[in-house]
Design a protein around this ligand. Structure first.
Ligand SMILES: [Fe+2]
Ligand SMILES: [Fe+2]
Length: 160
């Protein structure tokens, strides 16, 4: 059984982000499968780490393009996850301790749906409000609609 199943509840109706999240689900399950099979899990872990770095950079590029402050709650959550993933790699490489790697997949399987529902959904909504097209990188002014406020803080909910 996989750690996390892709489902409609994860869909944010932003094709590039949905594809990225779907890939992350597969990579989390791939790491779990490698650990369960007791084969070298480092390639699966590094694939997840690299993908996560690119995934967060993609979203943060969108934030920068639509007026988010560099220091914002969403980015802080990304930073926290990347710090943990780098620590997991350090434990494995420097201390030969794979215990954190066994834990991180389960943690991410819980973290991703919650983060996507709150932070990523708010980002997608914000992009649509300001008329930002992530494919072209252009903001299309929409007559009769007030420009949405740039998000400077957490979009609903705590930073937890
Ligand atoms: Fe995301
Ligand atoms: Fe995010």
């Amino acid at each position: 059984m996989s750690l996390l199943a892709w489902s409609e509840s994860l869909v944010l109706n932003q094709p590039r982000l949905d594809q990225t999240h779907h890939e992350m689900v597969d990579l989390i399950n791939g790491l779990d499968a490698a650990l369960a099979a007791k084969v070298d899990a480092m390639p699966a872990f590094l694939a997840l780490l690299e993908h996560t770095e690119a995934h967060f950079a993609l979203e943060e590029g969108w934030m920068a393009a639509t007026g988010f402050e560099p220091q914002n709650c969403h980015s802080s959550q990304h930073k926290m996850v990347l710090n943990v993933l780098h620590e997991v790699r350090r434990y494995a490489v420097e201390l030969n301790d794979l215990e954190p790697m066994h834990i991180i997949g389960k943690e991410l399987a819980q973290w991703l749906p919650a983060h996507a529902e709150m932070m990523d959904a708010a980002l997608v909504f914000h992009m649509s409000q300001v008329g930002y097209d992530p494919t072209t990188g252009q903001i299309a002014p929409r007559p009769g609609q007030a420009q949405a406020e740039a998000s400077h803080a957490c979009s609903g909910g705590s930073c937890g």
